[in-house]
Design a protein around this ligand. Structure first.
Ligand SMILES: Nc1ncnc2c1ncn2[C@@H]1O[C@H](COP(=O)(O)OP(=O)(O)OP(=O)(O)O)[C@@H](O)[C@H]1O
Length: 261
């Protein structure tokens, strides 16, 4: 099913919209797993738009502190004042707070989510002593890429077992071709060829790819082609180079590209 609502275009893949709505009806937080560039963020943006909820997105990284999410005291000419962080704002006012790549955040940062993501639905601001009951329209959504580089990091069971979880994968070939047409304005025929190339690359298991090619990279290649860039050149710079530093892998992928274009 294709749904184009206002500005956010999203191709529904499976039953993700229903799962999101069921979870939301009971104020349950959601965890989305899936490879990079497969549509996790776009899905959350789409749901926020459909539900007319404000969306606050935070990209997590290993320097992200609890204060970055919760807020901190700032100094002004009148003295110090408390400023809410993005999570606190969403908890107070309602809206979807999306923590992208939650697995990157330090464990002491994710722990602040515990009281928020279970039946308590409250946030504790240690620095002010305030306990905030989540607004009825507040929803927490987190995502991560369970790829090999994250295998060692993992999420603590006590964190992950507070979420309704779902796995995303790359869009089906039909959907992915439609996405390329929509996002890059290329012909359906060209989109199908790129999608086939993408599927072939994803099937390769005998070469050292850091990750399978994302829908995002296929869109980049499609965009370059739509403005006249030669297919081989677009695939080299938008697919092969971002995927690998290895000469042998580069050659293997170039051979694959040449077989398609
Ligand atoms: N189902 C879909 N419908 C429409 N567009 C999609 C879909 N899936 C992927 N895309 C396109 O692919 C791009 C990358 O998707 P997105 O940014 O949602 O990936 P992601 O899974 O959140 O990646 P990361 O884990 O790296 O943050 C989007 O900008 C969008 O153009």
């Amino acid at each position: 099913m294709t749904k184009k609502a206002n500005s956010c275009y999203y191709q529904v893949q499976d039953n993700e919209v229903d799962i999101f709505n069921f979870a939301m009806a009971h104020n349950l937080p959601i965890l989305i797993k899936g490879p990079t560039g497969c549509g996790k963020t776009r899905f959350v943006e789409y749901m926020a738009q459909e539900l007319e909820r404000e969306l606050v997105t935070v990209s997590c990284h290993d320097d992200l502190t609890a204060a970055d999410l919760l807020g901190r005291h700032l100094v002004s000419s009148d003295g110090t004042f408390w400023q809410d962080g993005p999570l606190t704002r969403a908890v107070r006012n309602g809206g979807i707070c999306y923590l992208d790549e939650i697995i990157e955040a330090r464990k002491d940062t994710t722990v602040v989510l515990h009281s928020l993501s279970d039946h308590r639905r409250e946030l504790y601001l240690e620095r002010t002593g305030e306990v905030i009951k989540a607004h009825k329209d507040f929803m927490l959504v987190v995502s991560y890429n369970p790829g090999y580089q994250n295998m060692m990091k993992g999420l603590k069971p006590s964190t992950r077992q507070r979420f309704v979880a779902m796995s995303f994968d790359y869009p089906t070939p039909e959907n992915e071709a439609d996405i390329l047409v929509h996002e890059a304005g290329i012909s359906l025929e060209l989109a199908k060829t790129l999608v086939k190339l993408g599927a072939d690359i994803r099937r390769l298991s005998d070469i050292d790819l850091k990750a399978a090619v994302s829908t995002r990279l296929l869109i980049y290649a499609a965009k370059m082609m739509s403005s006249g860039c030669h297919a081989q050149m677009a695939c080299l710079h938008c697919i092969i180079e971002p995927l690998t530093d290895e000469t042998e892998t580069n050659k293997a992928l170039s051979t694959l590209v040449n077989a398609h274009f």
